[in-house]
Design a protein around this ligand. Structure first.
Ligand code: SAH
Length: 410
Protein backbone atom coordinates (compact mmCIF):
# COMPACT_ATOMS: atom_id res chain seq x y z
CA UNK A 1 0.00 0.00 0.00
CA UNK A 2 1.37 3.48 -0.85
CA UNK A 3 2.25 6.01 1.79
CA UNK A 4 -1.17 7.48 2.48
CA UNK A 5 0.29 10.96 2.76
CA UNK A 6 0.88 10.89 -0.97
CA UNK A 7 -2.44 12.05 -2.29
CA UNK A 8 -4.97 14.58 -1.27
CA UNK A 9 -8.23 14.00 -3.10
CA UNK A 10 -8.73 16.86 -5.53
CA UNK A 11 -11.53 19.26 -4.77
CA UNK A 12 -12.53 22.57 -3.37
CA UNK A 13 -13.58 21.30 0.02
CA UNK A 14 -17.12 20.69 -1.15
CA UNK A 15 -18.69 17.23 -1.02
CA UNK A 16 -18.23 14.75 -3.82
CA UNK A 17 -20.78 12.30 -2.43
CA UNK A 18 -23.46 11.91 0.21
CA UNK A 19 -23.48 9.28 2.91
CA UNK A 20 -27.04 8.43 3.87
CA UNK A 21 -27.76 7.30 7.40
CA UNK A 22 -30.13 4.52 8.34
CA UNK A 23 -33.42 5.74 9.82
CA UNK A 24 -33.17 6.71 13.49
CA UNK A 25 -29.37 6.83 13.43
CA UNK A 26 -28.85 10.59 13.01
CA UNK A 27 -29.21 11.74 16.60
CA UNK A 28 -25.57 11.45 17.73
CA UNK A 29 -24.49 13.46 14.70
CA UNK A 30 -27.02 16.22 15.25
CA UNK A 31 -25.37 16.13 18.68
CA UNK A 32 -22.00 16.77 16.97
CA UNK A 33 -20.48 13.37 17.59
CA UNK A 34 -17.75 13.14 14.94
CA UNK A 35 -17.59 9.37 14.31
CA UNK A 36 -19.96 7.76 11.80
CA UNK A 37 -19.56 4.00 12.05
CA UNK A 38 -20.27 1.80 9.05
CA UNK A 39 -23.18 0.19 10.93
CA UNK A 40 -25.08 3.51 10.86
CA UNK A 41 -24.73 3.93 7.10
CA UNK A 42 -27.62 3.00 4.80
CA UNK A 43 -25.90 3.77 1.50
CA UNK A 44 -23.45 6.06 -0.23
CA UNK A 45 -24.68 8.22 -3.10
CA UNK A 46 -21.76 8.86 -5.41
CA UNK A 47 -18.36 7.26 -5.54
CA UNK A 48 -16.08 9.03 -3.06
CA UNK A 49 -12.38 8.18 -2.91
CA UNK A 50 -10.90 7.53 0.50
CA UNK A 51 -10.18 10.83 2.18
CA UNK A 52 -12.73 12.73 0.07
CA UNK A 53 -15.17 15.30 1.41
CA UNK A 54 -18.69 13.91 1.82
CA UNK A 55 -21.94 15.13 3.27
CA UNK A 56 -23.85 13.16 5.84
CA UNK A 57 -27.61 13.14 5.43
CA UNK A 58 -30.62 11.53 7.06
CA UNK A 59 -32.46 8.79 5.17
CA UNK A 60 -34.94 11.42 4.01
CA UNK A 61 -32.28 13.71 2.66
CA UNK A 62 -31.76 16.28 5.42
CA UNK A 63 -28.19 17.64 5.77
CA UNK A 64 -26.53 16.60 9.03
CA UNK A 65 -22.83 17.34 8.74
CA UNK A 66 -19.78 17.42 6.48
CA UNK A 67 -16.81 15.13 6.87
CA UNK A 68 -14.15 12.92 5.30
CA UNK A 69 -14.75 9.45 3.95
CA UNK A 70 -12.76 6.25 4.45
CA UNK A 71 -14.07 3.00 2.97
CA UNK A 72 -11.25 1.06 4.66
CA UNK A 73 -12.28 1.99 8.20
CA UNK A 74 -15.22 0.98 10.35
CA UNK A 75 -15.21 4.64 11.19
CA UNK A 76 -16.61 5.38 7.76
CA UNK A 77 -16.91 9.16 8.03
CA UNK A 78 -15.22 11.59 10.40
CA UNK A 79 -17.20 14.78 10.78
CA UNK A 80 -15.60 18.20 10.89
CA UNK A 81 -18.36 20.72 10.18
CA UNK A 82 -22.04 20.91 10.99
CA UNK A 83 -23.02 23.71 8.66
CA UNK A 84 -23.54 23.16 4.91
CA UNK A 85 -21.82 26.46 4.07
CA UNK A 86 -18.46 25.30 5.45
CA UNK A 87 -15.93 24.10 2.87
CA UNK A 88 -13.32 21.64 4.11
CA UNK A 89 -10.56 23.35 2.14
CA UNK A 90 -7.03 24.48 3.07
CA UNK A 91 -8.37 27.66 4.66
CA UNK A 92 -10.67 25.59 6.85
CA UNK A 93 -7.88 23.37 8.19
CA UNK A 94 -5.74 26.39 8.78
CA UNK A 95 -8.42 28.14 10.80
CA UNK A 96 -8.99 25.04 12.95
CA UNK A 97 -5.24 24.79 13.60
CA UNK A 98 -5.06 28.49 14.36
CA UNK A 99 -7.83 28.14 16.95
CA UNK A 100 -5.96 25.23 18.54
CA UNK A 101 -2.70 27.18 18.70
CA UNK A 102 -4.55 30.18 20.16
CA UNK A 103 -6.01 28.03 22.94
CA UNK A 104 -2.51 26.96 24.06
CA UNK A 105 -1.52 30.62 24.15
CA UNK A 106 -4.53 31.30 26.38
CA UNK A 107 -3.42 28.43 28.61
CA UNK A 108 0.02 30.04 28.96
CA UNK A 109 1.67 27.09 27.26
CA UNK A 110 3.40 29.01 24.48
CA UNK A 111 6.81 29.62 26.10
CA UNK A 112 9.34 28.84 23.32
CA UNK A 113 11.36 26.44 25.48
CA UNK A 114 8.30 24.60 26.77
CA UNK A 115 6.29 21.66 25.50
CA UNK A 116 2.58 21.39 24.90
CA UNK A 117 0.02 19.48 22.91
CA UNK A 118 -1.06 21.87 20.18
CA UNK A 119 -3.76 19.71 18.65
CA UNK A 120 -5.71 17.03 20.49
CA UNK A 121 -7.80 15.34 17.83
CA UNK A 122 -11.56 15.49 18.58
CA UNK A 123 -10.88 17.87 21.49
CA UNK A 124 -9.81 20.46 18.93
CA UNK A 125 -12.41 19.45 16.31
CA UNK A 126 -9.62 17.83 14.29
CA UNK A 127 -10.47 14.15 14.59
CA UNK A 128 -7.46 11.98 13.77
CA UNK A 129 -4.73 14.59 14.28
CA UNK A 130 -2.35 15.06 17.17
CA UNK A 131 0.39 17.67 17.23
CA UNK A 132 2.82 18.06 20.12
CA UNK A 133 5.28 20.92 20.36
CA UNK A 134 8.63 20.32 22.03
CA UNK A 135 10.48 23.61 22.01
CA UNK A 136 11.09 24.50 18.36
CA UNK A 137 10.02 21.08 17.02
CA UNK A 138 6.65 19.59 16.27
CA UNK A 139 5.75 15.91 16.44
CA UNK A 140 2.68 14.98 14.41
CA UNK A 141 0.67 11.81 14.88
CA UNK A 142 -1.98 10.99 12.35
CA UNK A 143 -4.62 8.47 13.28
CA UNK A 144 -6.97 8.94 10.34
CA UNK A 145 -6.39 8.36 6.68
CA UNK A 146 -8.25 11.57 5.90
CA UNK A 147 -5.73 13.57 7.92
CA UNK A 148 -2.81 11.69 6.35
CA UNK A 149 -4.07 12.79 2.93
CA UNK A 150 -3.94 16.39 4.10
CA UNK A 151 -0.57 16.23 5.80
CA UNK A 152 0.99 18.75 3.41
CA UNK A 153 -1.80 21.28 3.93
CA UNK A 154 -1.60 20.78 7.68
CA UNK A 155 2.19 21.16 7.78
CA UNK A 156 2.02 24.30 5.61
CA UNK A 157 -0.39 25.83 8.09
CA UNK A 158 1.66 24.72 11.10
CA UNK A 159 4.82 26.22 9.59
CA UNK A 160 2.98 29.45 9.09
CA UNK A 161 1.41 29.54 12.54
CA UNK A 162 4.27 28.21 14.68
CA UNK A 163 7.43 28.47 12.55
CA UNK A 164 9.03 25.22 13.79
CA UNK A 165 12.59 24.13 13.00
CA UNK A 166 11.28 20.73 12.09
CA UNK A 167 8.11 18.69 11.88
CA UNK A 168 8.40 14.95 12.54
CA UNK A 169 5.78 12.41 11.69
CA UNK A 170 5.54 9.80 14.43
CA UNK A 171 3.85 6.45 14.07
CA UNK A 172 0.41 6.14 15.57
CA UNK A 173 -0.62 3.49 18.05
CA UNK A 174 -0.32 -0.17 17.24
CA UNK A 175 -3.21 -1.66 15.35
CA UNK A 176 -4.18 1.57 13.70
CA UNK A 177 -2.81 0.60 10.33
CA UNK A 178 -5.31 -2.20 10.17
CA UNK A 179 -8.17 -0.08 11.45
CA UNK A 180 -7.70 2.81 9.06
CA UNK A 181 -5.84 1.25 6.16
CA UNK A 182 -3.11 3.70 7.05
CA UNK A 183 0.54 2.98 6.41
CA UNK A 184 2.80 5.77 7.48
CA UNK A 185 6.50 5.54 8.18
CA UNK A 186 8.14 7.85 10.71
CA UNK A 187 9.85 10.64 8.83
CA UNK A 188 10.81 14.28 8.86
CA UNK A 189 8.08 16.17 7.03
CA UNK A 190 9.51 19.68 7.28
CA UNK A 191 12.87 21.17 8.24
CA UNK A 192 15.21 18.80 10.05
CA UNK A 193 15.08 16.45 13.03
CA UNK A 194 16.97 17.65 16.09
CA UNK A 195 20.50 16.21 16.17
CA UNK A 196 19.86 14.49 19.52
CA UNK A 197 17.53 14.79 22.47
CA UNK A 198 16.10 18.24 22.96
CA UNK A 199 15.52 19.90 26.28
CA UNK A 200 12.22 21.38 27.34
CA UNK A 201 11.20 23.34 30.41
CA UNK A 202 8.29 22.27 32.60
CA UNK A 203 7.47 24.50 35.57
CA UNK A 204 11.08 25.21 36.43
CA UNK A 205 12.25 21.66 35.70
CA UNK A 206 14.08 20.50 32.60
CA UNK A 207 13.50 17.33 30.65
CA UNK A 208 15.39 15.76 27.80
CA UNK A 209 13.03 14.41 25.14
CA UNK A 210 13.92 12.00 22.39
CA UNK A 211 11.66 12.96 19.51
CA UNK A 212 12.60 10.18 17.16
CA UNK A 213 12.86 7.19 19.49
CA UNK A 214 10.81 8.11 22.54
CA UNK A 215 7.45 6.65 23.55
CA UNK A 216 4.31 8.40 22.26
CA UNK A 217 5.57 11.55 20.54
CA UNK A 218 8.50 11.70 22.96
CA UNK A 219 6.91 12.25 26.34
CA UNK A 220 3.69 12.21 28.33
CA UNK A 221 2.49 15.79 28.21
CA UNK A 222 -0.94 14.73 29.47
CA UNK A 223 0.56 14.09 32.92
CA UNK A 224 2.27 17.48 33.21
CA UNK A 225 -0.07 18.99 35.80
CA UNK A 226 -0.53 15.69 37.63
CA UNK A 227 3.23 15.42 38.18
CA UNK A 228 3.19 18.78 39.91
CA UNK A 229 -0.02 18.05 41.81
CA UNK A 230 1.63 14.88 43.13
CA UNK A 231 4.82 16.76 43.99
CA UNK A 232 2.83 19.01 46.32
CA UNK A 233 2.36 16.00 48.65
CA UNK A 234 5.90 14.65 48.41
CA UNK A 235 7.76 16.76 50.92
CA UNK A 236 10.00 14.67 53.15
CA UNK A 237 8.53 11.41 51.90
CA UNK A 238 10.18 8.32 50.45
CA UNK A 239 8.59 8.02 47.01
CA UNK A 240 8.17 5.00 44.76
CA UNK A 241 7.59 6.02 41.11
CA UNK A 242 6.45 2.84 39.39
CA UNK A 243 6.29 2.91 35.55
CA UNK A 244 8.49 6.00 35.64
CA UNK A 245 9.32 6.33 31.91
CA UNK A 246 11.54 9.44 31.65
CA UNK A 247 11.18 10.19 35.35
CA UNK A 248 8.58 12.94 35.14
CA UNK A 249 6.94 12.20 38.50
CA UNK A 250 10.31 11.35 40.07
CA UNK A 251 11.96 14.64 39.17
CA UNK A 252 8.87 16.68 40.08
CA UNK A 253 8.64 14.96 43.49
CA UNK A 254 12.37 15.07 44.22
CA UNK A 255 13.07 18.62 43.10
CA UNK A 256 9.83 20.65 43.19
CA UNK A 257 8.28 18.50 45.93
CA UNK A 258 11.43 18.03 48.05
CA UNK A 259 10.86 14.33 48.62
CA UNK A 260 13.37 12.62 50.91
CA UNK A 261 14.22 10.11 48.18
CA UNK A 262 12.72 8.53 45.09
CA UNK A 263 12.94 5.01 43.70
CA UNK A 264 12.01 5.11 39.99
CA UNK A 265 11.22 1.84 38.22
CA UNK A 266 10.50 0.99 34.59
CA UNK A 267 10.76 -2.29 32.70
CA UNK A 268 12.32 -0.55 29.71
CA UNK A 269 16.06 0.00 29.96
CA UNK A 270 15.75 2.92 27.55
CA UNK A 271 13.15 4.55 29.78
CA UNK A 272 15.29 3.98 32.86
CA UNK A 273 18.23 5.63 31.10
CA UNK A 274 16.06 8.64 30.27
CA UNK A 275 14.91 8.85 33.89
CA UNK A 276 18.53 8.72 35.09
CA UNK A 277 19.51 11.45 32.63
CA UNK A 278 16.61 13.66 33.66
CA UNK A 279 17.38 13.15 37.35
CA UNK A 280 20.97 14.25 36.69
CA UNK A 281 19.86 17.15 34.50
CA UNK A 282 17.88 18.52 37.44
CA UNK A 283 20.58 17.81 40.00
CA UNK A 284 18.41 15.29 41.85
CA UNK A 285 20.97 13.00 43.50
CA UNK A 286 18.30 11.34 45.65
CA UNK A 287 16.62 9.55 42.75
CA UNK A 288 17.56 5.88 42.29
CA UNK A 289 16.50 4.31 39.00
CA UNK A 290 15.95 0.60 38.41
CA UNK A 291 15.01 -1.47 35.39
CA UNK A 292 12.47 -4.04 36.56
CA UNK A 293 9.02 -5.42 35.91
CA UNK A 294 6.52 -3.53 38.05
CA UNK A 295 4.51 -6.56 39.12
CA UNK A 296 7.61 -8.41 40.27
CA UNK A 297 9.19 -5.37 41.85
CA UNK A 298 6.05 -4.46 43.80
CA UNK A 299 5.85 -8.00 45.18
CA UNK A 300 9.55 -8.00 46.03
CA UNK A 301 9.32 -4.67 47.85
CA UNK A 302 6.35 -5.94 49.83
CA UNK A 303 8.11 -9.21 50.68
CA UNK A 304 11.12 -7.22 51.87
CA UNK A 305 8.88 -5.19 54.20
CA UNK A 306 9.71 -1.89 52.49
CA UNK A 307 7.52 1.13 53.20
CA UNK A 308 6.99 4.36 51.27
CA UNK A 309 5.37 7.68 52.05
CA UNK A 310 4.13 7.97 48.49
CA UNK A 311 3.57 5.52 45.66
CA UNK A 312 2.97 6.68 42.09
CA UNK A 313 1.45 4.18 39.66
CA UNK A 314 1.30 5.29 36.04
CA UNK A 315 1.06 2.07 34.04
CA UNK A 316 0.66 1.77 30.28
CA UNK A 317 -2.79 1.15 28.84
CA UNK A 318 -3.82 -2.21 30.34
CA UNK A 319 -7.12 -2.36 28.44
CA UNK A 320 -6.58 -2.11 24.70
CA UNK A 321 -10.19 -3.00 24.01
CA UNK A 322 -13.46 -3.75 25.75
CA UNK A 323 -12.67 -7.44 25.41
CA UNK A 324 -9.59 -7.16 27.59
CA UNK A 325 -11.39 -5.02 30.17
CA UNK A 326 -11.68 -7.70 32.87
CA UNK A 327 -8.00 -8.57 32.68
CA UNK A 328 -7.16 -4.90 32.86
CA UNK A 329 -9.36 -4.32 35.90
CA UNK A 330 -7.65 -7.22 37.64
CA UNK A 331 -4.22 -5.80 36.81
CA UNK A 332 -5.18 -2.37 38.14
CA UNK A 333 -6.53 -3.98 41.30
CA UNK A 334 -3.37 -5.96 41.78
CA UNK A 335 -0.87 -3.11 41.52
CA UNK A 336 -3.01 -0.75 43.60
CA UNK A 337 -3.47 -3.43 46.24
CA UNK A 338 0.28 -3.92 46.62
CA UNK A 339 0.84 -0.15 46.53
CA UNK A 340 -1.60 0.27 49.41
CA UNK A 341 0.30 -2.40 51.35
CA UNK A 342 3.56 -0.55 50.73
CA UNK A 343 2.25 2.77 52.05
CA UNK A 344 3.06 3.79 55.58
CA UNK A 345 0.09 5.14 57.59
CA UNK A 346 -0.95 8.46 56.08
CA UNK A 347 0.85 7.63 52.85
CA UNK A 348 -0.15 9.12 49.51
CA UNK A 349 -1.22 7.01 46.55
CA UNK A 350 -1.03 8.64 43.13
CA UNK A 351 -2.69 6.19 40.82
CA UNK A 352 -3.37 6.59 37.13
CA UNK A 353 -5.12 4.81 34.31
CA UNK A 354 -4.87 5.82 30.67
CA UNK A 355 -7.21 3.08 29.42
CA UNK A 356 -10.15 4.77 27.74
CA UNK A 357 -12.29 1.68 28.20
CA UNK A 358 -11.82 1.84 31.99
CA UNK A 359 -14.24 4.54 33.10
CA UNK A 360 -13.68 6.91 35.97
CA UNK A 361 -16.32 5.01 37.94
CA UNK A 362 -14.65 1.65 37.16
CA UNK A 363 -11.37 3.04 38.40
CA UNK A 364 -12.82 4.39 41.63
CA UNK A 365 -14.55 1.06 42.18
CA UNK A 366 -11.15 -0.63 41.95
CA UNK A 367 -9.92 1.63 44.73
CA UNK A 368 -12.97 0.74 46.82
CA UNK A 369 -12.11 -2.92 46.26
CA UNK A 370 -8.52 -2.27 47.32
CA UNK A 371 -9.69 -0.53 50.49
CA UNK A 372 -11.85 -3.55 51.28
CA UNK A 373 -9.09 -6.09 50.69
CA UNK A 374 -6.34 -4.07 52.34
CA UNK A 375 -8.66 -3.32 55.27
CA UNK A 376 -7.59 0.29 55.13
CA UNK A 377 -9.66 3.35 54.27
CA UNK A 378 -8.73 5.28 51.14
CA UNK A 379 -9.44 9.00 51.16
CA UNK A 380 -9.78 10.52 47.70
CA UNK A 381 -8.07 13.90 47.70
CA UNK A 382 -8.01 14.75 43.99
CA UNK A 383 -9.59 13.09 40.99
CA UNK A 384 -7.74 14.53 38.03
CA UNK A 385 -7.55 14.11 34.29
CA UNK A 386 -5.24 15.16 31.49
CA UNK A 387 -3.76 18.66 31.39
CA UNK A 388 -5.90 21.30 29.66
CA UNK A 389 -3.82 21.28 26.47
CA UNK A 390 -5.57 17.91 26.01
CA UNK A 391 -9.13 19.24 25.72
CA UNK A 392 -11.98 16.75 25.44
CA UNK A 393 -15.00 17.43 23.24
CA UNK A 394 -18.22 17.30 25.25
CA UNK A 395 -19.73 15.65 22.18
CA UNK A 396 -17.07 12.89 22.10
CA UNK A 397 -16.30 11.72 25.60
CA UNK A 398 -14.33 8.82 24.12
CA UNK A 399 -11.50 11.36 24.14
CA UNK A 400 -11.39 11.31 27.92
CA UNK A 401 -9.00 8.54 28.83
CA UNK A 402 -6.69 9.66 31.64
CA UNK A 403 -7.57 9.23 35.28
CA UNK A 404 -5.17 10.36 37.99
CA UNK A 405 -6.38 9.92 41.54
CA UNK A 406 -4.43 11.29 44.46
CA UNK A 407 -5.51 9.56 47.64
CA UNK A 408 -4.43 9.25 51.25
CA UNK A 409 -4.25 5.90 52.90
CA UNK A 410 -4.51 6.44 56.70
N1 SAH B 1 4.91 8.33 34.40
C1 SAH B 1 5.48 8.59 33.10
C2 SAH B 1 4.78 7.87 31.98
C3 SAH B 1 4.67 6.37 32.17
S1 SAH B 1 4.25 5.52 30.72
C4 SAH B 1 5.50 10.10 32.87
O1 SAH B 1 4.89 10.86 33.62
O2 SAH B 1 6.15 10.53 31.92
C5 SAH B 1 4.26 3.86 31.20
C6 SAH B 1 5.62 3.23 31.38
O3 SAH B 1 5.45 1.92 31.87
C7 SAH B 1 6.47 3.09 30.11
O4 SAH B 1 7.66 3.77 30.28
C8 SAH B 1 6.73 1.57 29.99
O5 SAH B 1 8.06 1.29 29.59
C9 SAH B 1 6.50 1.11 31.39
N2 SAH B 1 6.09 -0.29 31.55
C10 SAH B 1 5.27 -1.01 30.77
N3 SAH B 1 5.08 -2.24 31.30
C11 SAH B 1 5.80 -2.29 32.44
C12 SAH B 1 6.00 -3.28 33.44
N4 SAH B 1 5.40 -4.48 33.39
N5 SAH B 1 6.78 -2.97 34.47
C13 SAH B 1 7.39 -1.76 34.57
N6 SAH B 1 7.23 -0.80 33.65
C14 SAH B 1 6.45 -1.05 32.61
Amino acid sequence: MPDAAAEEPAGDGLPTATVILKPKRARPFFGRHPWVLDAAVLRVEGDPTDGAVVDLATHDGQFVARGLFNSASRLRVRLYAFDPATKLDAGFWRSRLEAAVRLRRTLGLDAPEGAARLVNSEGDDLSGLIVDRYGAYLAVQVTALAMACRLETICDALCDLVGPQGILLRGAERGLATLEGLHLADRVVRGAAPPGPIFVAERGLRFGVDLTEGQKTGSYLDQRDNRHAAAAYARGRRVLDMFCYAGGFSVACAVAGRAASVLAVDSSAKAAALARANADLNGAANIAVETADAFEKLDALKAAGERFGMVVLDPPKFARSRASLDDALRAYHRINRVAADLLEPGGILVTCSCSGSVSRDDFLEILAGVAQRARRPIQLLECRGAAPDHPVSASCLEGEYLKCVIARVP
